[in-house]
Design a binder for this molecule. Structure first.
Ligand code: ATP
Ligand code: FE
Length: 365
């Protein structure tokens, strides 16, 4: 029977039903809209919204696939990293359903789910990742650049449960940097899409912004110096409106700067992973066309396919959680193991990828 997956680690409430081979039978995502007016995600409000939305969302997802709860053979949920309230709501619901039906519960690491998404089998044109990758499942090892509102890291995906974090941000996440700079430019939240739109009118060479860590060894990121530089450019205007031309030039310069930084880090990461089969970008910031173009060029330099899963699978969703659970079940079966016994796994706001283990090795958390 199908697997039911829940995602509730941030501000997206999501549910999906996947067939054992990874076919998506139904999926629903509700993005909480109330946070925009507050300028960011408020954890307590997010948790309550997940609680209010999930039961109906689960019913709707089952109905969409014409599946009843009795037919579901396994339940999965993100148990970290993320906002603890939402993680508790989603995972407790999934555990409760699993216990009530006597079916296994699989605890999924949210970052692992992002990292395994490019292996989801292609079904429909809509499901196909963009880029030059061949169809079918991506082979290990590959490099994932995860760039979202909460995360910014380079991960070597070497197998199921075998993830090596090559580097990450030492201050803000990439999306956070976009959001903060957008705010300085007087744009709404989330700022990334608005900033990209404004940047189209601007000259990316208008301002020489600092490129922190660029050209230095390693795969770490830093954005705070860049943000400070933008704040300094904006400061002379005080509370008076920034001329649109200047705002557009700053947006374009900032965006190019971030894309250059990412490309530089991706090059260093690929040097550490000489047998990589592909360069993958995931997370909401992967929507950015300038960033995609820069990363695509890096992949081409290395004669590697560049893979960007479709945006609905790049941002938070439950399909990726279900797929990660199916990959875990399959890898365990290949190792002669049954489903994991994850009912006692407690949600963790922080759950580093290095703590996730391959089947058979003790899982932490
Ligand atoms: P998590 O970090 O847990 O994955 P999240 O909700 O913060 O969750 P996403 O939904 O993956 O992350 O991505 C949202 C982020 O992506 C926001 O910071 C947003 O500004 C940024 N973003 C979205 N579109 C663009 C774009 N076109 N250019 C740049 N940044 C963008
Ligand atoms: Fe995410």
């Amino acid at each position: 029977g199908p697997l039911l997956a829940i995602e509730s680690s941030c501000d997206d409430t999501a549910c999906a039903l996947l067939a054992p081979d990874g076919a998506v039978l139904a999926e629903s995502v509700l993005t909480q809209t109330g946070h925009a007016a507050l300028g960011g995600v408020v954890p307590e409000i997010a948790a309550r919204a997940h609680l209010a939305a999930l039961p109906g969302l689960i019913e709707a997802t089952l109905a969409q696939a014409g599946v009843t709860l009795e037919n579901v053979s396994a339940f999965a949920a993100s148990t970290g990293p993320g906002l603890i309230g939402g993680l508790i709501v989603g995972s407790t619901l999934a555990k409760g359903l699993a216990l009530a039906r006597g079916k296994p519960f699989i605890a999924v690491n949210h970052i692992e789910a992002h990292a395994l998404t490019p292996r989801l089998p292609r079904r429909t044109a809509d499901n196909a990742p963009s880029g030059s990758a061949p169809s079918g499942s991506l082979a290990f090892p590959y490099l994932v650049l995860l760039v979202s509102g909460g995360h910014c890291q380079c991960v070597a995906v070497e197998g199921i449960g075998r993830y090596r974090r090559l580097g990450g941000t030492i201050d803000d996440a990439a999306g956070e940097a976009f959001d903060k700079v957008a705010k300085l430019l007087g744009l709404g939240w989330p700022g990334g899409p608005a900033l990209e739109r404004l940047a189209m009118e601007g000259d990316p060479r208008a301002y020489a912004l600092p490129r922190p860590l660029m050209g230095r060894p390693g795969c770490d990121f830093s954005f705070s110096g860049l943000k400070t530089a933008v704040a300094r450019l904006v400061a002379p205007y005080g509370n008076a409106a920034l001329p649109r031309r200047a705002a557009a030039d700053i947006a374009a310069s900032f965006q190019l700067c971030v894309a250059d930084l990412m490309a530089d880090r991706a090059r260093n990461a690929l040097a550490l992973l000489p047998d990589a089969t592909a360069l993958v970008v995931a997370g909401g910031v992967a929507a950015n066309a300038t960033l995609r173009a820069r990363l695509e060029a890096v992949a081409a330099e290395h004669a590697l396919p560049f893979v960007a899963p479709p945006l609905r699978l790049c941002t938070d969703n439950a399909v990726m959680v279900g797929w990660a659970a199916l990959e875990t079940l399959r890898a365990r079966a290949e190792a002669g193991l049954g489903p994991p016994d994850d009912i006692a796994v407690a949600p963790r706001p922080r759950w580093p990828l290095d703590d996730v283990r391959p089947p058979g090795e003790a899982r932490t958390g």
